[in-house]
Design a protein around this ligand. Structure first.
Ligand SMILES: C[S@@+](CC[C@H](N)C(=O)[O-])C[C@H]1O[C@@H](n2cnc3c(N)ncnc32)[C@H](O)[C@@H]1O
Length: 328
């Protein structure tokens, strides 16, 4: 009896696992939904043949329609959900992903992307899960790239440039490439490695002036968290942000970042006396009143120009032109 019971329970559990797998794998989802509908149609056909035929016909039509739709890959949403639920920096997950979608940017830049340990520290070497390592990098990168993938599927030609002091000839950089390849996100990534973010921003200003680069729509600031560095980054960014550009600043309350982290010296007494990263943001908005800051109590601050970021529904004339392709 016990053996039968435990067998039954094991089967129930496998069914549950299989079902949850089916639900999170979009291609299988068609199969799972389809199977349920077919079973339903068969039951109906015994009682009501006409309804069963109509159901089958509409199901086929809907399937054909949904196959044509771009960007319905649920695996990326599931990855975002996992990072929001189980990641080490949950507060930044939804703002990063949703600002990137909301702004419909063509150019995203992140300052500080770091390296990943992938496939080490990933359960079953699965790139979709959250790494067990607290110092794992490329988190913001994959979230922003997931948004790029969605935007691209809807006609927005967007790229993410990641700027970092860390170099591309380090063995861990190959892991960055492997992770993004295995997640299907490499196509939108433009790494600029081995360069100081402030120097890169100044050089980028020259490239923009020369017409060889575009203004930045969304910037994520997460490199060296000292007062002087963040202040310099915001100054340099301000000059090359698009009109509706938004800057997201991580670790905005950092007075001293973890001491001893390589590539990231902590703030000295002078920086701390200015309030560290928090002070840098306050001084920036003080010097440039056209920029305002939104704090939500988490470690992420949002800087936007001239107040209005998302156009109010009651003032549609201020909305940016739609970039979505009309539905087919
Ligand atoms: C906190 S990590 C970035 C984490 C990443 N955004 C994420 O979500 O996984 C900070 C990164 O900034 C880089 N960094 C530090 N100082 C820098 C500088 N002056 N210029 C460019 N990158 C810098 C470090 O090399 C490190 O990889």
């Amino acid at each position: 009896m016990r053996a039968v019971l435990s067998r039954l329970l094991a089967t129930k559990r496998s069914v549950r696992i299989a079902k949850s797998w089916l639900m999170t794998h979009p291609r299988a989802l068609w199969g799972y939904r389809g199977l349920r509908l077919r079973i339903q149609a068969r039951r109906w056909s015994r009682k009501d043949k006409e309804s069963a035929i109509a159901l089958e016909r509409w199901f086929e039509r809907q399937s054909a329609h949904r196959r044509k739709l771009p960007g319905t890959d649920l695996a990326y949403l599931e990855m975002v959900r996992r990072h929001a639920a189980d990641g080490f920096t949950p507060y930044m997950v939804l703002p990063l992903f949703s600002y990137a979608l909301l702004l419909r940017p063509e150019r995203i830049v992140e300052l500080g992307c770091s390296y990943t340990y992938y496939p080490e520290t990933y359960r079953r070497a699965d790139p979709w899960v959250v790494s067990d390592a607290m110092s794992e990098g490329l988190v913001s990168t994959r979230l922003l790239l997931a948004a790029c993938r969605f935007l691209d599927a809807h006609g927005v030609r967007v790229t993410l440039t990641s700027v970092d002091l860390r170099t591309a000839d380090h063995p861990l950089f190959a892991r960055n490439e492997a992770l993004l390849r295995d997640l299907g996100l490499a196509a939108w990534w433009q790494p600029a490695m081995g360069v100081d973010s402030v120097s890169w921003l100044r050089e980028e200003e020259e490239r923009i002036r020369a017409g060889s680069a575009k203004l930045i729509d969304l910037a994520f600031v997460d490199s060296n968290h000292t007062y002087a560095h963040v202040r310099a980054e915001l100054e340099a960014l301000r000059r090359i942000m698009a009109g509706r550009g938004v800057m997201l600043i991580d670790n905005c309350y950092a007075l001293t970042y973890e001491p001893g982290v390589d590539s990231m010296p902590g703030d000295g007494a002078k920086g701390i006396s200015h309030g560290g990263e928090y002070g840098a943001i306050l001084d920036f908005v003080g010097a440039h009143p056209e920029w305002s800051v939104e704090w939500d109590g988490s470690d992420l601050a949002v800087l936007k120009r001239d107040g209005e970021l998302v156009p109010n529904v009651s003032s549609p004339e201020s909305a940016p032109p739609p970039r979505l392709r009309p539905p087919v």
